[in-house]
Write a protein that binds this ligand. Structure first.
Ligand code: ADP
Ligand code: ADP
Ligand code: MG
Length: 672
């Protein structure tokens, strides 16, 4: 087995490959860009080599530099992960020429499967079923239109060199064809440098079902069953599961054998995935070859979960010349697994990717991936797995993919896996950046997903229940914020809730004011402390007893007929509230801070949260009086005024307008 390999990737997949190497006693070399100097994948490996600037073309795509790094560190092989150079036949060939083992298929197989049109011609000859369509070399617009007319509308125009859901146009009728073709070709040339297209029949309400295959250098092939990846947005996968609901033994065997035939046709070696589009018609499922991805797939963990195998270990063994560890009749499916891709994006704004810092990143209880030959036992011990390359405090930068983590659950049945997924998503708390976590929960609970009524239009079909849902209303959000405030004060000062100056007394009852902003509305709340120690909370026109206690899993909260286990994270003035019912945000307006007294810590004026300095109202040497506005900061899309805590003279400004500052940074100095 190899003694040392280089991992030519970043993020979760680099960490995941490193974990298997560690278990097998293989040393690892990471490569990293400027933006990734502090990244987890660098720490996950034994050594690391800086390879250039933040943009992928300056680092993770610079294959000469990567080969140099491998040679300089004495690595014997290179694992490309997915994305970046994983499907680049020149890179695979260059590794070989440099005396390095490329942990993937031979360059010839990558090339054969690299273009969708050519690979379809090849598959046709190998007897693999294809979607009716045109995948010839001719690119004349009038001829392509003629082919579309012959195939019958709707059709799909696909960039032959496309990938990642890009370069596709569905065409409803003949009149729209020319415009769609022109726009598809424009996108294809811009994204892939190649504007060749193919045309396919647009399959109605299809499912995406793919087969994991493996080959070795001794001519052995197996299929490790299927994954259903039908739940997609913008032709990109969101949830993946194995086995595919409704799959019969006969169809599994047929699809598995077709996938192996596809692999065999190109002398494939290592891990690969054959993607099929499945037409559902009158209770029948017909499958057609779509493309082969010649690498490890993002969603490979669901296959690992149902087989109990480590596919990266298989990749390493095969690359080292070993035979496949198991043959077809030794492979078995155990239980059901689902993966959710947790992405930095805003589902309510057309899934626009988001960037920023993971101020809070808490995962559900999980077990790191490890292989166990006895699949069932592994799963009893490890029903939840998290694969991530990021942790609390890390930044999701604009240079790379928006995927933060993959959450994989396993259960003995689909129903159990679903319940575990919902629970695990509820326990996934991310603050500082918008994510699709709540959206995923809605998808998981949608009727279509629950009943396994799967097809690629699931998200648009269920849109009424997927977007902008409100599960945590104002009363519960405010109650959680109040409870958290009282708990914080108690922890800090051991004080009773009414020792603060914003409490007051009326008719012998202690009362305290709170103000919130919730979904753009200003809200007043009042907390009354009764003689018997009970608390009454009034939020808008809702009033009732507030009860809470803090424990392991959060705050056990009861208010206004609702009970929830809430976790509250304060980020500046915003409280992020997570409950099993859902998550929300509420801005707690700090009445003391607004009196101009909170930000001062012994004459130091510090940023109350990470943000940007907007302006200074003073300069060095200015005399200031207590309460005077000194500076304005912007954070979380809101402006905050920093006021003088006492009379004095400005000694020094520590930043300039426009500067980005971290929480606690000293903004200016004031001398008495
Ligand atoms: P897969 O095909 O493995 O299921 P997707 O189809 O979602 O994955 O992703 C499409 C392609 O986008 C991947 O094959 C890869 O080329 C690219 N990609 C996805 N995630 C990343 C990532 N974290 N870094 C770089 N490229 C990525
Ligand atoms: P990519 O290389 O971008 O992954 P694919 O050819 O694998 O491109 O297609 C991506 C997705 O587009 C599929 O998962 C499916 O949802 C949809 N799709 C592809 N071909 C068809 C088709 N003929 N009819 C309907 N949907 C299709
Ligand atoms: Mg695909």
């Amino acid at each position: 087995m190899f003694k040392k390999i280089l991992i030519a990737n970043r993020g979760e997949i680099a960490c995941r490959v490193a974990a298997t190497c560690k278990r097998l006693g293989i040393r690892t070399v990471a490569v990293y860009s400027d933006a990734d100097a502090q990244a987890r994948h660098v720490k996950a490996c034994d050594e690391a080599v800086h390879i250039g600037g933040s943009s992928p073309k300056d680092s993770y795509l610079r294959w000469e530099r990567i080969i140099e790094a491998a040679n300089a560190t004495g690595a014997q092989a290179v694992h490309p992960g997915y994305g970046f150079l994983s499907e680049n036949e020149e890179f695979a060939a260059a590794c070989k020429a440099a005396g390095l083992v490329f942990i993937g298929p031979p360059a010839s197989a990558i090339q054969a499967m690299g273009l969708k049109a050519e690979s379809k011609q090849l598959m046709e000859r190998a007897g693999v079923p294809l979607v009716p369509g045109y995948h010839g070399a001719g690119q004349d617009a009038a001829m392509l239109k003629g082919e579309a007319d012959r195939i019958g509308y709707p059709v799909l125009i696909k960039a032959s060199a496309g990938g990642g859901g890009k370069g596709m146009r569905a065409v409803e009728n003949a009149a729209d064809f020319d415009a769609a073709l022109a726009s598809c070709k424009r996108e294809a040339i811009n994204s892939f440098g190649d504007d060749a297209v193919l045309i396919e029949k647009y399959v109605q309400r299809p499912r995406h079902i793919e087969i994991q295959v493996f080959g070795d250098t001794h001519g052995n092939y197996v299929y490790l069953f299927e994954r259903d990846c039908s739940v997609q947005r913008r032709h990109q996968k969101v949830l993946e599961e194995a086995p595919a609901p409704g799959m019969t033994e006969a169809m599994r065997k047929q699809m598995g054998e077709a996938a192996v035939a596809a692999a065999r046709a190109v002398d494939y070696v290592g891990a690969g995935t054959v993607e099929f589009i499945v037409e559902q018609r009158a209770g029948e499922m017909n499958f057609f070859f779509m493309e082969m991805n010649t690498r490890l797939q993002v969603e490979h963990p669901v296959t690992e979960a149902i087989t109990g195998l480590d596919l990266v270990e298989w990749q390493l063994r095969v690359a080292d010349g070993e035979r496949l560890p198991m043959l077809q009749d030794e492979l078995k499916i155990g239980g059901h697994a689902i993966e959710a891709r947790i992405c930095a994006e805003n589902p309510d704004n057309n899934f626009l990717p988001a960037t920023g810092r993971l101020d809070v990143a808490r995962w559900p209880a999980h077990v790191a991936f490890r292989r166990n030959a006895d699949a069932e036992r592994l799963h009893d011990a490890a029903p939840v797995r998290i694969d991530t390359g990021f942790g609390e405090g890390d930044v999701i930068s604009p240079f790379y993919d928006s995927m933060i983590a993959k959450l994989i659950v396993h259960g003995s049945t689909r129903e159990q896996a679903l319940a575990r997924l919902d629970e695990a998503l509820a326990q996934t708390h991310i603050v500082g950046i918008s994510t699709n976590v709540q959206f995923l929960r809605h998808v998981v609970k949608s009727r279509s997903f629950e009943t396994a009524d799967l097809d690629t239009a699931l998200i648009p079909r269920e849109q009424d229940v997927l977007f902008k849902q409100e599960e945590v209303g104002l009363p519960l959000a405010a109650a959680a914020a109040v409870a958290q405030t009282l708990l914080n004060e108690k922890a800090k000062e051991g004080a009773d809730p009414f020792s603060r100056r914003d409490g007051w007394r009326s008719h012998g009852i202690n009362a305290r004011r709170f103000e919130f902003e919730f979904k753009g509305e200003h809200v007043k709340a009042e907390l009354a402390y009764l003689h018997d120690g009970a608390l009454t909370l009034t939020v808008g026109d809702v009033s009732g007893a507030l009860r809470f206690s803090s424990g392991e899993g959060g705050i056990d909260l009861q208010f206004a007929g609702q009970r929830a286990l809430a976790s509250v994270y304060a980020n500046g003035e915003t409280d992020y509230v997570f409950t099993p019912q859902g998550a929300t945000q509420i801005v707690a307006i700090d009445l003391l801070a607004h009196a101009g007294e909170a930000q001062a810590e012994g004459g130091r004026l510090t940023a109350p949260m990470p943000g940007k300095v907007v302006s200074f109202a003073v300069k060095a040497g200015d005399k200031v009086t207590k309460g005077q506005a000194l500076a304005v900061m912007e954070a979380m899309k809101m402006e905050h005024t920093i006021a003088a805590p006492a009379d004095g003279v400005v000694a020094e400004l520590m930043y300039a307008p426009g500067d980005q500052v971290s929480e606690g940074a000293e903004l200016l100095k004031i001398a008495a």
